[in-house]
Design a protein around this ligand. Sequence first.
Ligand code: NAG
Ligand code: NAG
Ligand code: NAG
Ligand code: NAG
Ligand code: NAG
Ligand code: NAG
Length: 261
Amino acid sequence: MSYDKHILWVCTAALVTGWVFTNDDGCSSGTVMRHSCNWTCMHLTLQWPGSFCIGLTNKTVCKIPESVQNWTIHGLWPMRTGHCCDCWPIFHSHLQEIEADLTQLWPSFIKGKHFFYFWKNEWIKHGTCAGCEETMGSPFLYFQAAVKLRKLFDIDNLLQSSRIKTSCEVSYKHDDIRSVLTPLLGQNYDLQCVTDSKGREAWIQLKIHLFRNQTIGCPKQEQEQKFDRLSWFNSTGHPCPKNTTIFYVPINYENPHEPCN
Ligand SMILES: *[C@@H]1O[C@H](CO)[C@@H](O)[C@H](O)[C@H]1NC(C)=O
Ligand SMILES: *[C@@H]1O[C@H](CO)[C@@H](O)[C@H](O)[C@H]1NC(C)=O
Ligand SMILES: *[C@@H]1O[C@H](CO)[C@@H](O)[C@H](O)[C@H]1NC(C)=O
Ligand SMILES: *[C@@H]1O[C@H](CO)[C@@H](O)[C@H](O)[C@H]1NC(C)=O
Ligand SMILES: *[C@@H]1O[C@H](CO)[C@@H](O)[C@H](O)[C@H]1NC(C)=O
Ligand SMILES: *[C@@H]1O[C@H](CO)[C@@H](O)[C@H](O)[C@H]1NC(C)=O
Protein backbone atom coordinates (compact mmCIF):
# COMPACT_ATOMS: atom_id res chain seq x y z
CA MET A 1 0.00 0.00 0.00
CA SER A 2 1.50 3.37 -0.94
CA TYR A 3 1.55 6.09 1.63
CA ASP A 4 -0.83 8.28 -0.32
CA LYS A 5 -3.22 5.40 -0.17
CA HIS A 6 -2.42 4.89 3.47
CA ILE A 7 -3.43 8.44 4.28
CA LEU A 8 -6.55 8.13 2.19
CA TRP A 9 -7.30 5.02 4.16
CA VAL A 10 -6.75 6.82 7.45
CA CYS A 11 -8.97 9.63 6.26
CA THR A 12 -11.68 7.31 5.09
CA ALA A 13 -11.54 5.47 8.37
CA ALA A 14 -11.81 8.82 10.11
CA LEU A 15 -14.91 9.68 8.13
CA VAL A 16 -16.47 6.33 8.81
CA THR A 17 -15.83 6.47 12.52
CA GLY A 18 -17.03 10.05 12.71
CA TRP A 19 -13.96 11.94 13.91
CA VAL A 20 -14.55 15.65 13.84
CA PHE A 21 -12.65 17.84 11.39
CA THR A 22 -12.01 21.50 11.75
CA ASN A 23 -12.24 22.60 8.13
CA ASP A 24 -12.99 21.54 4.60
CA ASP A 25 -9.41 20.96 3.53
CA GLY A 26 -9.32 17.56 5.13
CA CYS A 27 -10.39 14.16 4.12
CA SER A 28 -13.05 14.76 1.55
CA SER A 29 -10.63 15.53 -1.26
CA GLY A 30 -8.10 13.14 -2.80
CA THR A 31 -6.46 16.16 -4.43
CA VAL A 32 -5.46 17.48 -1.05
CA MET A 33 -3.80 14.17 -0.24
CA ARG A 34 -1.78 14.10 -3.45
CA HIS A 35 -0.82 17.68 -2.85
CA SER A 36 0.33 17.18 0.73
CA CYS A 37 2.55 14.24 -0.21
CA ASN A 38 4.11 16.05 -3.14
CA TRP A 39 7.29 17.40 -1.59
CA THR A 40 10.99 16.68 -1.85
CA CYS A 41 12.68 18.75 0.84
CA MET A 42 12.04 19.54 4.45
CA HIS A 43 13.37 21.98 7.00
CA LEU A 44 14.29 21.15 10.54
CA THR A 45 13.67 24.52 12.15
CA LEU A 46 15.43 25.18 15.43
CA GLN A 47 14.74 28.22 17.54
CA TRP A 48 16.84 30.14 20.02
CA PRO A 49 14.91 30.61 23.30
CA GLY A 50 16.86 33.81 24.03
CA SER A 51 15.28 35.75 21.17
CA PHE A 52 12.07 33.80 20.66
CA CYS A 53 9.90 36.22 22.65
CA ILE A 54 11.26 39.40 21.04
CA GLY A 55 9.01 39.06 18.02
CA LEU A 56 5.80 38.40 19.89
CA THR A 57 3.20 41.11 19.78
CA ASN A 58 1.64 40.21 23.11
CA LYS A 59 4.24 41.08 25.74
CA THR A 60 2.78 38.83 28.41
CA VAL A 61 2.39 35.44 26.78
CA CYS A 62 5.98 34.24 26.80
CA LYS A 63 7.78 32.14 29.36
CA ILE A 64 11.10 30.35 29.04
CA PRO A 65 11.31 27.51 31.58
CA GLU A 66 14.60 27.60 33.48
CA SER A 67 15.30 24.03 32.42
CA VAL A 68 15.63 25.27 28.83
CA GLN A 69 19.18 26.34 28.06
CA ASN A 70 19.74 25.19 24.51
CA TRP A 71 18.30 25.53 21.03
CA THR A 72 14.87 23.91 20.78
CA ILE A 73 12.83 22.47 17.96
CA HIS A 74 10.26 24.67 16.30
CA GLY A 75 9.27 22.04 13.80
CA LEU A 76 10.10 19.61 11.04
CA TRP A 77 8.49 21.02 7.94
CA PRO A 78 8.05 19.39 4.56
CA MET A 79 8.36 22.09 1.90
CA ARG A 80 5.05 21.57 0.18
CA THR A 81 2.82 24.00 -1.59
CA GLY A 82 -0.58 23.08 -0.19
CA HIS A 83 -2.23 22.28 3.09
CA CYS A 84 -1.52 19.07 4.90
CA CYS A 85 -4.19 16.55 5.78
CA ASP A 86 -5.82 17.80 8.94
CA CYS A 87 -7.78 14.63 9.35
CA TRP A 88 -5.09 12.46 10.85
CA PRO A 89 -5.69 12.65 14.57
CA ILE A 90 -2.97 12.68 17.18
CA PHE A 91 -3.45 11.83 20.82
CA HIS A 92 -1.21 12.69 23.73
CA SER A 93 -0.75 9.00 24.50
CA HIS A 94 0.91 8.55 21.07
CA LEU A 95 3.88 10.50 22.37
CA GLN A 96 4.23 8.94 25.80
CA GLU A 97 7.44 7.06 24.98
CA ILE A 98 9.27 10.21 23.84
CA GLU A 99 7.56 12.78 26.02
CA ALA A 100 10.68 13.32 28.15
CA ASP A 101 12.75 14.13 25.06
CA LEU A 102 10.02 16.33 23.61
CA THR A 103 9.63 18.24 26.88
CA GLN A 104 13.32 19.02 26.87
CA LEU A 105 13.91 19.56 23.15
CA TRP A 106 10.54 20.75 21.85
CA PRO A 107 8.99 22.92 24.59
CA SER A 108 6.42 25.63 24.03
CA PHE A 109 7.16 29.11 25.33
CA ILE A 110 3.57 30.25 25.35
CA LYS A 111 2.24 30.50 28.90
CA GLY A 112 -0.70 28.46 30.02
CA LYS A 113 -0.72 26.04 27.11
CA HIS A 114 0.28 22.45 27.61
CA PHE A 115 3.23 21.51 25.38
CA PHE A 116 1.01 18.94 23.72
CA TYR A 117 -1.03 21.79 22.25
CA PHE A 118 2.09 22.94 20.37
CA TRP A 119 3.03 19.42 19.28
CA LYS A 120 -0.47 18.72 18.07
CA ASN A 121 -0.47 21.93 16.07
CA GLU A 122 2.84 21.04 14.44
CA TRP A 123 1.57 17.57 13.61
CA ILE A 124 -1.57 18.92 11.96
CA LYS A 125 0.23 21.69 10.08
CA HIS A 126 3.35 19.82 9.02
CA GLY A 127 3.52 16.29 10.38
CA THR A 128 0.66 14.90 8.38
CA CYS A 129 2.57 15.84 5.20
CA ALA A 130 5.73 14.24 6.57
CA GLY A 131 3.62 11.18 7.33
CA CYS A 132 3.58 10.35 3.61
CA GLU A 133 7.12 9.09 4.11
CA GLU A 134 7.40 5.63 5.68
CA THR A 135 10.04 6.65 8.23
CA MET A 136 7.71 9.36 9.55
CA GLY A 137 4.45 7.57 8.92
CA SER A 138 2.80 8.07 12.30
CA PRO A 139 2.70 10.76 14.97
CA PHE A 140 5.21 8.81 17.04
CA LEU A 141 7.59 8.22 14.12
CA TYR A 142 7.40 11.87 13.05
CA PHE A 143 8.27 13.24 16.49
CA GLN A 144 10.91 10.60 16.97
CA ALA A 145 12.53 11.61 13.66
CA ALA A 146 12.61 15.27 14.70
CA VAL A 147 14.18 14.43 18.06
CA LYS A 148 16.77 12.23 16.41
CA LEU A 149 17.70 14.99 13.96
CA ARG A 150 17.86 17.58 16.72
CA LYS A 151 20.31 15.38 18.61
CA LEU A 152 22.31 14.73 15.46
CA PHE A 153 22.77 18.45 14.78
CA ASP A 154 24.32 19.42 18.09
CA ILE A 155 24.71 23.08 17.36
CA ASP A 156 24.82 23.92 21.08
CA ASN A 157 28.05 22.10 21.40
CA LEU A 158 29.30 23.60 18.15
CA LEU A 159 28.52 27.16 19.24
CA GLN A 160 29.77 26.68 22.79
CA SER A 161 33.15 25.61 21.48
CA SER A 162 33.30 28.53 19.05
CA ARG A 163 33.83 32.23 19.62
CA ILE A 164 30.15 32.98 18.99
CA LYS A 165 28.98 33.61 22.57
CA THR A 166 25.67 34.97 23.72
CA SER A 167 25.96 38.67 24.49
CA CYS A 168 23.99 41.89 24.59
CA GLU A 169 27.08 43.93 23.71
CA VAL A 170 29.01 41.99 21.12
CA SER A 171 27.41 41.26 17.76
CA TYR A 172 28.68 39.11 14.93
CA LYS A 173 29.05 39.30 11.22
CA HIS A 174 26.81 37.01 9.24
CA ASP A 175 29.87 35.23 7.84
CA ASP A 176 31.36 34.67 11.31
CA ILE A 177 28.30 32.67 12.32
CA ARG A 178 28.27 30.81 9.02
CA SER A 179 31.90 29.84 9.36
CA VAL A 180 31.05 28.04 12.62
CA LEU A 181 28.02 26.21 11.23
CA THR A 182 29.28 25.29 7.79
CA PRO A 183 31.61 22.44 8.82
CA LEU A 184 28.55 20.65 10.27
CA LEU A 185 25.83 21.79 7.88
CA GLY A 186 27.53 22.69 4.63
CA GLN A 187 25.57 25.45 2.90
CA ASN A 188 22.27 23.73 3.59
CA TYR A 189 20.76 26.12 6.09
CA ASP A 190 19.25 29.57 6.59
CA LEU A 191 19.71 31.97 9.46
CA GLN A 192 16.68 33.94 10.53
CA CYS A 193 16.58 37.07 12.62
CA VAL A 194 14.04 39.27 14.34
CA THR A 195 14.41 43.00 14.82
CA ASP A 196 14.25 44.11 18.43
CA SER A 197 12.75 47.32 19.78
CA LYS A 198 16.09 49.12 19.32
CA GLY A 199 16.35 48.05 15.70
CA ARG A 200 19.01 45.42 16.30
CA GLU A 201 18.95 42.11 14.48
CA ALA A 202 18.74 39.11 16.81
CA TRP A 203 19.34 35.57 15.60
CA ILE A 204 16.17 33.58 16.25
CA GLN A 205 16.06 30.52 14.00
CA LEU A 206 18.18 28.07 12.11
CA LYS A 207 16.53 26.18 9.27
CA ILE A 208 18.40 23.04 8.28
CA HIS A 209 17.58 21.74 4.79
CA LEU A 210 17.00 18.02 4.48
CA PHE A 211 16.02 15.54 1.83
CA ARG A 212 12.97 13.39 2.31
CA ASN A 213 15.20 10.59 3.59
CA GLN A 214 16.36 12.89 6.43
CA THR A 215 19.86 13.41 5.07
CA ILE A 216 21.20 16.92 4.89
CA GLY A 217 21.17 18.93 1.69
CA CYS A 218 18.32 19.83 -0.57
CA PRO A 219 18.33 22.51 -3.24
CA LYS A 220 17.23 25.79 -1.76
CA GLN A 221 13.66 26.58 -2.57
CA GLU A 222 12.60 30.16 -2.75
CA GLN A 223 8.88 29.54 -2.25
CA GLU A 224 8.91 30.88 1.28
CA GLN A 225 6.16 29.33 3.25
CA LYS A 226 3.15 31.12 4.53
CA PHE A 227 2.52 28.18 6.82
CA ASP A 228 5.24 28.87 9.35
CA ARG A 229 3.86 32.25 10.22
CA LEU A 230 2.09 32.22 13.54
CA SER A 231 -0.68 34.65 14.23
CA TRP A 232 0.81 36.04 17.41
CA PHE A 233 3.99 37.10 15.66
CA ASN A 234 4.47 40.36 13.79
CA SER A 235 6.78 38.18 11.79
CA THR A 236 8.48 34.90 12.62
CA GLY A 237 11.62 36.38 11.35
CA HIS A 238 13.37 37.18 8.14
CA PRO A 239 16.65 36.09 6.67
CA CYS A 240 19.42 37.62 8.78
CA PRO A 241 20.62 40.64 6.84
CA LYS A 242 24.18 40.60 5.59
CA ASN A 243 24.72 44.34 5.78
CA THR A 244 24.56 44.55 9.55
CA THR A 245 25.86 42.54 12.49
CA ILE A 246 23.79 39.99 14.36
CA PHE A 247 23.18 39.62 18.08
CA TYR A 248 23.11 36.18 19.69
CA VAL A 249 21.31 37.25 22.84
CA PRO A 250 21.47 35.44 26.19
CA ILE A 251 18.34 33.81 27.58
CA ASN A 252 16.71 36.23 30.00
CA TYR A 253 14.27 34.18 32.06
CA GLU A 254 12.90 37.23 33.91
CA ASN A 255 12.36 39.41 30.85
CA PRO A 256 12.28 37.19 27.77
CA HIS A 257 10.50 39.81 25.64
CA GLU A 258 13.34 42.28 25.99
CA PRO A 259 16.34 40.13 26.88
CA CYS A 260 18.83 42.96 26.56
CA ASN A 261 16.99 45.72 28.44
C1 NAG B 1 3.75 17.99 -7.67
O1 NAG B 1 4.87 18.85 -7.80
C2 NAG B 1 5.32 19.01 -9.12
C3 NAG B 1 6.61 19.82 -9.11
O2 NAG B 1 6.51 20.91 -8.24
C4 NAG B 1 4.21 19.65 -9.95
O3 NAG B 1 4.62 19.77 -11.28
C5 NAG B 1 2.96 18.79 -9.87
O4 NAG B 1 1.89 19.43 -10.54
C6 NAG B 1 2.57 18.56 -8.43
N1 NAG B 1 1.43 17.65 -8.36
C7 NAG B 1 0.39 17.88 -7.58
C8 NAG B 1 -0.69 16.85 -7.58
O5 NAG B 1 0.29 18.87 -6.87
C1 NAG C 1 4.39 44.64 16.19
O1 NAG C 1 3.43 45.43 15.48
C2 NAG C 1 2.83 46.42 16.28
C3 NAG C 1 1.74 47.10 15.45
O2 NAG C 1 2.07 47.11 14.10
C4 NAG C 1 3.90 47.41 16.72
O3 NAG C 1 3.33 48.40 17.52
C5 NAG C 1 4.96 46.65 17.54
O4 NAG C 1 6.00 47.53 17.90
C6 NAG C 1 5.51 45.52 16.72
N1 NAG C 1 6.42 44.73 17.57
C7 NAG C 1 7.64 44.35 17.18
C8 NAG C 1 8.42 43.56 18.15
O5 NAG C 1 8.07 44.64 16.09
C1 NAG D 1 -2.01 38.76 25.93
O1 NAG D 1 -1.95 37.49 26.54
C2 NAG D 1 -2.62 37.43 27.80
C3 NAG D 1 -2.31 36.08 28.43
O2 NAG D 1 -2.43 35.05 27.51
C4 NAG D 1 -4.11 37.67 27.57
O3 NAG D 1 -4.78 37.63 28.81
C5 NAG D 1 -4.28 39.03 26.91
O4 NAG D 1 -5.63 39.21 26.58
C6 NAG D 1 -3.46 39.15 25.65
N1 NAG D 1 -3.50 40.51 25.14
C7 NAG D 1 -3.72 40.79 23.88
C8 NAG D 1 -3.70 42.24 23.51
O5 NAG D 1 -3.91 39.94 23.01
C1 NAG E 1 22.97 21.95 26.26
O1 NAG E 1 23.87 21.55 25.23
C2 NAG E 1 25.16 21.18 25.70
C3 NAG E 1 26.03 20.92 24.49
O2 NAG E 1 25.49 19.90 23.70
C4 NAG E 1 25.03 19.98 26.63
O3 NAG E 1 26.29 19.66 27.14
C5 NAG E 1 24.09 20.32 27.77
O4 NAG E 1 23.85 19.18 28.53
C6 NAG E 1 22.76 20.85 27.25
N1 NAG E 1 21.96 21.33 28.38
C7 NAG E 1 20.66 21.09 28.52
C8 NAG E 1 20.00 21.65 29.74
O5 NAG E 1 20.04 20.46 27.70
C1 NAG F 1 18.86 10.67 0.31
O1 NAG F 1 18.21 11.31 -0.77
C2 NAG F 1 19.07 12.02 -1.64
C3 NAG F 1 18.21 12.74 -2.67
O2 NAG F 1 17.24 11.91 -3.18
C4 NAG F 1 20.08 11.07 -2.27
O3 NAG F 1 20.96 11.80 -3.12
C5 NAG F 1 20.87 10.39 -1.16
O4 NAG F 1 21.75 9.45 -1.72
C6 NAG F 1 19.94 9.71 -0.19
N1 NAG F 1 20.72 9.23 0.96
C7 NAG F 1 20.51 8.06 1.53
C8 NAG F 1 21.40 7.70 2.66
O5 NAG F 1 19.64 7.31 1.13
C1 NAG G 1 20.39 46.64 4.90
O1 NAG G 1 19.66 46.38 3.71
C2 NAG G 1 18.25 46.52 3.86
C3 NAG G 1 17.58 46.13 2.54
O2 NAG G 1 18.36 45.34 1.75
C4 NAG G 1 17.89 47.93 4.25
O3 NAG G 1 16.49 48.02 4.42
C5 NAG G 1 18.60 48.28 5.52
O4 NAG G 1 18.35 49.62 5.84
C6 NAG G 1 20.10 48.05 5.39
N1 NAG G 1 20.71 48.26 6.71
C7 NAG G 1 21.86 48.87 6.89
C8 NAG G 1 22.35 48.97 8.30
O5 NAG G 1 22.51 49.32 5.96
